[in-house]
Design a protein around this ligand. Sequence first.
Ligand SMILES: C[S@@+](CC[C@H](N)C(=O)[O-])C[C@H]1O[C@@H](n2cnc3c(N)ncnc32)[C@H](O)[C@@H]1O
Length: 262
Amino acid sequence: MSAAEHRADWRRSVRLFRAFLVEQTDPDRFYGELAMDSAAQVNAFHVLRGALLLDVGGGPGFFASAFENLGATYIAIDADAGEMRLHGRDPGPRTVQADGTMLPFPDGTFDVTYSSNVLEHVANPWQMADEMVRVTRPGGTTVLSYTLWHGPWGGHETSPWHFFGGEYAARRYRRRHGVDAKNRFGQTLFAVSATQGLNWARTQRAADVVAVIPRYLPSAVRWVVHVPGLREVACWNLMVVLRRRAPDLGDRSVGSGTLGDR
Ligand SMILES: C[S@@+](CC[C@H](N)C(=O)[O-])C[C@H]1O[C@@H](n2cnc3c(N)ncnc32)[C@H](O)[C@@H]1O
């Protein structure tokens, strides 16, 4: 597979899962693998060569070089200066500190707006999603990808106890480890569902839905996103791809997006 090609087969899912197992012990390997895969996946929806891309919640900037290698000009924002320096990294001038729910950019600035594993950390995630669509140019692409609360990793480091409730999982973690979990339910971790994301996407007035896919799963099982209930548990991470409409069409055909696969 070339760097720009993206094939969602079983081998790729296994490779990502293996990398996920070493997230804490070998973050360079995990994030490097994830970033390369993500850039190729985005490139399949919007050719990155020559594109100006905004990564919302870019964290320590692991994704920068993967997007740049495919020809994008990469800019990121993150709300937390500490996160930007995680794992001893310095994201440099490409990352600015800002809140994704109030993006400091004019309408239509970017060719591509991207967010990976951030919405579940935001108290008002759909305000952030609206902002991403706003700063995307007509014809440009917005890619939202987030961890589902009812999936196996919904509670993050408190998983799988989040299945018994976020508060319970947080208390249990504190009892076991003597400290609060980094991702604190109700403060920096929220119960975001696939249905919420689909409802938000369907009612978009400014963008059409291009694809809704389980980000890490093979294309052979993409149908799970269409099964209410099952999708919340099985998808793990939902990716929603939208194409920005021209402004003069923005108020028409509400909810006409085709929730098709790709
Ligand atoms: C789990 S990390 C994801 C980092 C990277 N995008 C990835 O996929 O590996 C979540 C990031 O979202 C950032 N974040 C949380 N709330 C935010 C907000 N309102 N605006 C911008 N960034 C936010 C956090 O600081 C953190 O860096």
